[in-house]
Design a binder for this molecule. Structure first.
Ligand SMILES: Cc1ncc(C[n+]2csc(CCOP(=O)(O)OP(=O)(O)O)c2C)c(N)n1
Ligand SMILES: [Mg+2]
Length: 893
């Protein structure tokens, strides 16, 4: 409860009592000095925080453990057995990486991340993480590079075989290999959340915790028993995504969320903060954002030293030593530590007089002290009113021996010499004979061993083994016909596909079958997209309800926030929106509760800005709709270079799970959304839909009979060629998409009226799916040479007969060019390569050469190449339309 700052401003109801407190403090300061006064002040502040009196954050505390030894709870487990289990996991985790690299040099893998974090995970597995056997359990985001540790544990549990461990990083034969990192796409029964792209884990975890609350507050699922745990690297915390949502987590008081930052002080190249202190820096940032911070810096060996540090010399030294120096101590040996850490101050020297140099090297860091960690996790789970971060100081490569531990190169270590392995084995006290060491054999004590029985029992008690991903969701019924029937009949009034979508979404949300499962996600642009009616109708999610009367409360469309509000209004925050999108889009698996997210955003700020999260969403087997509004380089005309999107479809096409659509009409949009819902929520297919929406108004025609299949597959003939009086001088085919289909339609009229050319018009609803189909077909034919070759759908629709083909859209030419080799020779693509700029739509379409006159010219040029019309006719057309043939190419602007 850090946000109740107003409490500070209360009047002083008992000034004489206040004075007593101040007088005693003054007395302490005067009589015992500043150090003692500071000490007591710290203690009081700490106490106040622990008692949750609503103190504003004091962002940094001393460089010692937050939980004092006397506050540590009794450890409920069998420490000795748990240590042995940890050693087994450590060994097997390393063995799988070593064996993989012995057999296949260069296959990669990491030893050091897990080595530094084994205790962090083990205490969680043995005492805290709730499994998924009965319900959703906890959601654990594992640090990507620690994956070998999770596999090694699953091996001890009997969930993975030696053969599978031996196929670490060799996944080509399905079902046998283990993915390098957590990838639900590749191991859908094991991993839940992709984390290895640094920064994606932390932001996803925060929004997952908030989404759990959303489900609960909306009465969809009781998630109160689920806790979200995120294991993160200290280097990873430099990513903007890692930190950007901390404030939200604090504001939302997500006490169902625990971060564990593995502060090994190192990232890949070297120290995270050689000249500073990452633990302290993170403490300040997290606390400032309203988090409960628990530092686990020192192991129990330091307790006695700190207890005897009555003059504060040791704490001062700890406070002043920079991380680069701590790293040096971790490799330099006891004599060096004595000289440089304890040496300069005689008081410190005296403090460790009784310890040998070896003892000094055994003064562990807190993140390797199981009991200290247990205390921290306990405190984190018991804390109420906000999220907790545990900052655990560790050594990267811990237990792997002097060549690897704490070295700058440790991150990339994937080999150990035989001698190093023997040291490692001895340290882990494992009975592996010298003769076998060079093969790095796995070590399993047997299913009946005390260790395995213990760990299985622990997991049983906690609800089952982890990591595990289970899909328990039931299929949803198809939308009622009322949801989209109106769009098939079209409308004479000019409307935009954005307006149509807003209407369609509202209809769907009223569907009794699944309307309440829809999750509209909007980064502060609902008004732009005409979606503000939702505010009133279904409310904006606000965990604490609306605590004020909105300025527009007298209006029909007022800004209504509610605890059970349905809209996730994320603010100007596309990364956060994507993280919500992932939490909602994976809810069918995480919680067995299918939710249908529609994330609506400026198309320019989607794949370009948060493309990595789209990739993660697809990896996570998310299901949902990304709606790229204000699409089109020339259709969003006044906003200029940084807004006008002509390439997001190209970027989207790189995500393998995508189904990307660029509908032109209301009926197309309706068919696409209905089909998407049926595929993802009826048939359980794991897709990411990308659908672009335009803000250009035009009439919406009725749906042509029999067009559904074409709309879904990516192209259909929208209009036949017109009859030309006296016979056509030539025949062409015009293919358009989105708002620019209007230009193809206008070109069809011009071609008929002015040039006697008959043009068919096709709507290409999905360039990307057409390419996908063509690639699949082509591949099939190549691998089945004795069978009749299959013909790609696009070639079936646009065969060799029918005249030249012109393809035009508000996207870069590269998009239709993706279909190039399956199109009739000589096709022409028109598009919007180059930077956008502000002007009228007409002017921009002229600039990018995608307006009706330019489509006509391209069609005539196609006929000219076929010898159907003379070059002079094309030249006349160019002149007649006032097109300057020497005008600037928009690519050169
Ligand atoms: C977005 C991104 N950039 C770069 C990398 C490459 N990378 C992998 S691990 C790593 C260092 C990780 O350091 P830290 O977060 O401190 O984790 P540790 O292994 O030390 O626990 C880097 C740079 C990545 N995985 N993701
Ligand atoms: Mg690190």
């Amino acid at each position: 409860m850090y946000s109740d700052d107003f409490k500070q401003q209360l009047p002083d109801v008992d000034p004489s009592e206040t004075k007593d407190w101040i007088d005693s403090f003054d007395q302490l300061l005067d009589q015992e000095g500043a150090e003692r006064a500071r000490f007591v002040a710290y203690k009081l502040l700490k106490r106040a925080r622990q008692r949750d009196v609503g103190l504003p954050p004091l962002t940094q505390t001393r460089y010692i453990n937050t939980i004092s030894p006397e506050q540590e709870p009794a450890f409920p487990g069998d420490e000795a057995i748990e240590r042995r289990i940890r050693r087994l996991v450590r060994w097997n985790a390393a063995a799988m990486v070593l064996r993989a690299n012995n057999a296949f040099p260069g296959i990669g893998g990491h030893l050091s991340t897990y080595a530094s974090s084994a205790s962090l995970y083990e205490v969680g597995f043995n005492h805290f993480f709730r499994g998924k056997d009965e319900d959703a359990g906890d959601q654990v985001f594992y640090q990507g590079h620690a994956a070998p540790g999770m596999y090694a544990r699953a091996f001890l549990e009997g969930r993975l075989t030696e053969d599978q461990l031996d196929h670490f990083r060799r996944e080509v034969v399905p079902g046998r290999g283990l993915s390098s990192y957590p990838h639900p796409r590749l191991m859908p029964g094991f991993w839940e959340f992709p984390t290895v792209s640094m920064g994606i884990g932390p932001i996803s975890a925060i929004y997952q915790a908030r989404f759990n609350r959303y489900l609960e507050h909306r009465g969809l699922r009781d998630t109160s028993a689920s806790r979200v745990w995120a294991f993160l690297g200290d280097g990873e915390m430099d990513e903007p995504e890692s930190l950007s949502a901390l404030g939200m987590a604090g504001r939302e008081r997500l006490d169902n969320l625990t971060f564990i930052v593995n502060c090994n002080l190192q990232r890949l190249d070297g120290p995270v903060r050689g000249n500073g202190k990452i633990v302290q820096e993170l403490e300040g940032i997290f606390r400032g954002a309203g988090w409960n911070v628990i530092k686990v810096i020192w192991g129990r060996e330091w307790d006695d030293l700190l207890a005897r540090d009555t003059d504060g010399a040791l704490v001062t030294k700890m406070n002043e030593t920079v991380d680069g120096e701590f790293q040096k101590y971790s490799v330099a040996g006891g004599a060096y530590i004595r000289e440089h850490f304890f040496g300069p101050d005689p008081r410190l020297g005296a403090l460790v007089e009784h310890l040998s140099d070896d003892d000094l090297t055994r003064l562990r860091r807190g993140g390797h002290d199981y009991r200290k960690l247990y205390a921290a996790y306990r405190a984190a789970t018991e804390f109420r009113g906000g999220p907790t971060v545990i900052l655990a100081k560790t050594i990267k490569g811990w237990t792997l021996g002097p060549g690897v531990e704490g070295r700058n190169v440790t991150h990339q270590a994937k080999k150990l010499s035989e001698a190093e392995m023997m040291v490692f084995r001895d340290r882990l006290e494992l009975p592996i004979p010298d003769a076998k060491i060079k093969d790095a054999p796995y070590f399993h004590p047997g299913p009946d061993s005390e260790e395995v029985q213990y760990l299985l029992e622990r997991r049983r008690a906690l609800g089952g083994s982890l990591p595990k991903r289970i899909v328990r969701a039931h299929a949803l019924p198809a939308p009622m016909p009322e949801a989209d029937a109106e769009f098939a009949t079209g409308s004479a009034a000019a409307v935009s596909t954005t307006m149509v979508f807003a209407k369609l979404l509202r209809n769907l949300m009223r569907d009794p079958g699944f309307g309440r499962r829809i999750v509209p996600i909007i980064p502060d642009e609902a008004r732009t997209f005409g979606m503000d009616p939702l505010f009133r109708e279904v409310g904006i999610y606000a965990s604490g309800g609306q605590r004020y009367e909105p300025v527009d409360s007298d209006l029909v469309l007022s800004y209504r926030e509610a605890k059970d509000g349905q809209v996730l209004e994320e603010g100007i925050n596309e990364a956060g929106s994507m993280a919500s999108f992932q939490a909602a889009g994976t809810s069918y698996a995480t919680h067995g509760e299918p939710m249908i997210p529609f994330y609506i955003f400026y198309s320019m700020f989607g794949f370009q800005r948060t493309g990595d999260q789209a990739w993660a969403f697809a990896d996570a087997r998310g299901r949902g709709f990304m709606m790229g509004a204000t699409a089109g380089r020339t259709t969003l005309n006044g906003e200029g270079l940084q807004h006008e999107d002509g390439h997001s479809h190209l970027l989207a096409s790189t995500v393998p799970a995508i189904r990307a659509y660029d509908p032109a009409f209301a009926h197309e949009l309706a068919v696409i959304v209905r089909d998407g819902i049926e595929r993802m929520y009826g048939r359980g297919e794991d897709h990411l839909y990308y659908v672009t929406l335009y803000n250009e108004n035009h009439p919406m025609p009725p749906k042509p009979d029999g067009s559904d299949e074409g709309i879904i597959r990516g192209i259909y003939r929208f209009l036949p060629a017109p009859e030309i009086e006296g016979g056509a001088k030539g025949r062409v085919r015009l293919v358009g998409s989105g708002a620019i289909l209007q230009q193809a339609l206008a070109a069809r009229e011009l071609l008929a009226e002015r040039f006697g050319v008959a043009a068919e018009v096709y709507s290409a609803t999905s360039w990307q799916l057409l390419r996908r189909d063509a690639l699949e077909t082509e591949r099939w034919s190549r691998l089945h040479p004795t069978d009749e070759p299959r013909v790609p759908y696009v070639s079936q629709v646009l065969g060799s007969e029918g005249g030249p083909v012109v393809l035009v859209s508000d996207w870069v030419k590269a998009l239709p060019d993706l279909l190039g080799r399956w199109l009739p020779a000589g096709y022409v693509s028109l598009g919007t390569e180059g930077f956008g700029r502000s002007d009228t739509r007409e002017a921009l379409r002229g600039l990018f050469e995608i307006d009706a006159p330019n489509v006509v010219v391209a069609a005539l040029a196609g006929l000219q190449r076929q010898g159907a019309v003379p070059a002079s006719l094309v030249a006349e057309a160019i002149a007649g339309f006032g097109i300057d043939p020497d005008k600037l190419d928009p690519l050169d602007l």
